[in-house]
Design a binder for this molecule. Structure first.
Ligand code: SAM
Length: 280
């Protein structure tokens, strides 16, 4: 396929298929030729492994993934893109396009049916309106993914990869750190897309942990406590978390775990949250 980052190729595809970009679906396609090869190189995929992509667009990243992986499955919600992808991905026999909403498709079934015996990676330039819901869905389902490499808005990237404790950390940071080891790989200027979004982006990689320290019940409690605390992030923990009947009892319990009763959620490490989740 001709260079899919070339603006005149993109314009020609838009004209021939009567395609116009949908803002609502977060359609900002990559036009900087350096980005997709770099993402595909860094996402971990190899000749014996499989890769899931979310949101094909015109297939610019899909093409790079197909050159490196044994098999690519890409989930795209916009049916208008199917005939375009039929043309732009025609060189590759190892690509399957699934028309669907990533928030609704059964990803575990796709992994089991399409990638039997393979290590599976996820690599995508995410539609920005769905960044956190998609990542939480991937992680909470404990999908057997080796790593998740995604392009997200720069601010989101900072929050998702923030250290704990830190002022930048939020509820999503704690969840991401519980399930994975996150890293910010590189930043991407807003001019690297068409149409150009209002903000810059960054590529992050979440190396998914194979073993998690909590039982399912403790995990439920972990996310309940994190959400409760971060919904009131300016308040002290003793005021938001009713861990015991009285505030005094809650305060001394926190202290016994090495957590200051007047701490705010951003002052807690992941280990602090784990010790709270393990409390009966
Ligand atoms: N991969 C292409 C690229 O890098 O140029 C396109 C990336 S664009 C930021 C996001 C893509 O996700 C669009 O193709 C859009 O139609 C698709 N998309 C949006 N919402 C989706 C959803 N809920 N499920 C699957 N795909 C979705």
């Amino acid at each position: 396929m001709e260079n899919l980052t070339n603006l005149s190729v993109i314009r020609d595809l838009c004209e021939r298929y009567q395609f116009s970009f949908s803002k609502g679906l977060g359609q900002n396609f990559l036009t900087n030729p350096g980005i997709c090869p770099k993402m595909a190189d860094l996402c971990g995929v190899g000749k014996d492994s499989g890769v899931i992509e979310i949101g094909a667009g015109f297939g610019v990243l899909t093409n790079e993934l197909a050159k490196r992986a044994k098999k690519v499955v890409v989930i795209e919600i916009d049916h208008r893109l199917l005939p375009v992808l039929n043309e732009t991905l025609s060189e590759h026999e190892n690509v399957k396009v699934i028309l669907g909403d990533v928030m609704k498709v059964d990803l575990l079934r796709i992994i089991e049916e399409e990638f039997f015996g393979m290590d599976v990676f996820l690599c995508a330039n995410l539609p920005y309106y769905l960044t956190s819901p998609i990542l939480m869905r991937l992680l909470e389902q404990r999908l057997p993914l080796s790593a998740v490499t995604v392009m997200v808005q720069k601010e989101a990237a900072k929050r998702l990869t923030a250290k704990m404790p830190s002022k930048e950390a939020g509820a999503v940071t704690a969840a991401v750190r519980y399930y994975s080891d996150p890293a910010l790989l590189f930043q991407v200027n807003r001019g690297s897309f068409t149409p150009s979004p209002k903000v810059d982006s960054a590529v992050i990689r979440l190396s998914v942990k194979k073993k998690l320290p909590l039982t399912e019940k403790e995990e439920e409690r972990l996310f309940f406590l994190i959400r409760k605390a971060y919904n009131n992030r300016r308040k002290t923990l003793v005021n938001t978390l009713s861990l015991r009947e009285t505030k005094e009892e809650t305060a001394s319990l926190l202290t016994s775990l090495g957590i200051s009763a007047t701490a705010r959620p951003e002052e807690l490490s992941l280990e602090n949250w784990l010790s709270l989740a393990k409390l009966a």
